[in-house]
Write a protein that binds this ligand. Structure first.
Ligand SMILES: Nc1nc2c(ncn2[C@@H]2O[C@H](COP(=O)(O)OP(=O)(O)OP(=O)(O)O)[C@@H](O)[C@H]2O)c(=O)[nH]1
Ligand SMILES: [Mg+2]
Length: 227
């Protein structure tokens, strides 16, 4: 448990156009400022709010379709998650385009991030005739799923509640989803994961995630092993 820290840091992650900024504004209101990520000109929007006496600091990550290291935005988002070790990640997913948006959700879970999912654009999703079983989705993912219509301020209270709960007991939301890559690959992954877990140079990282990225040929991760 992680009770009564001075402030909790929540990273807001989502694919472009998922409504990240709108959710961010809904949660934080006017208390916002802008900085840059170290060494790059990517804008870093920070917002602060208090909920039930607890200070929560939101950091808006650049919108990315995934968390490989192909683009600057992806590297910035990924490095923030690894190096700053936020208390929670708030993942904004577009409910009207859910399958595509869950790609990022699964990647965040694979990284071992404690997660709350905001299922945004519920109005558009319903308008298109989609029916999403939020409970089953939350069960499958192993993390809370909160429906929102950020543009209309809907879901604000529920989301703030889920965020606070997640910050206070984040371990419950972690590592609940493991993608099975099939026997052959799993065998290699197991061995790599164990070696990485036993090497304290990589203690900042989720060992299985690093093993997956290494196997996938991720250039940034590969370069870590060539030093
Ligand atoms: N109908 C509807 N529109 C929404 C909702 N949330 C956000 N929008 C709209 O969707 C558009 C994109 O929202 P943004 O908040 O800018 O999305 P973003 O993820 O920050 O986008 P980028 O920063 O460009 O990646 C805006 O026009 C919002 O007003 C919602 O729940 N329902
Ligand atoms: Mg935005």
């Amino acid at each position: 448990m992680n009770k009564n820290k001075q402030e909790y840091i929540v990273a807001v992650a989502g694919q472009p156009n998922s409504g990240k900024s709108t959710v961010f504004n809904m949660l934080t209101g006017a208390r916002q400022f802008v900085a840059n990520y170290p060494g790059v000109t990517v804008e870093k929007r920070i917002g602060i709010y208090s909920y039930q006496g607890q200070k929560i600091k939101l950091v808006d990550l650049p919108g990315t379709y995934s968390l490989t290291s192909y683009s600057l935005e992806e590297r910035v988002a990924r490095n923030f998650l690894i190096n700053e070790n936020p208390d929670l990640v708030l993942n904004i997913a577009d409910a009207s385009n859910l399958e595509r948006h869950l790609v990022l959700t699964v990647q965040l879970l694979e990284m071992g991030m404690p997660l709350v999912v905001a299922l945004n654009m519920m109005d558009i999703s319903k308008g298109r005739g989609f029916e999403i079983d939020e409970e089953s989705l939350a069960k499958e993912l192993g993390v809370p799923v909160v429906p929102t219509i950020a543009q209309k301020g809907r879901g604000k209270e529920e989301l703030r509640q889920a965020i606070l709960k997640g910050c206070l007991g984040k371990d419950k939301y972690k590592n609940s989803l493991v993608v099975d890559y099939g026997q052959k690959i799993e065998q290699i992954l197991d061995e790599l994961t164990q070696n990485i877990a036993n090497d304290n140079r990589y203690s900042n990282y989720n060992p299985r995630w690093l093993a997956i990225k290494l196997l996938a040929g991720d250039t940034e991760v590969r370069s870590m092993f060539h030093q």
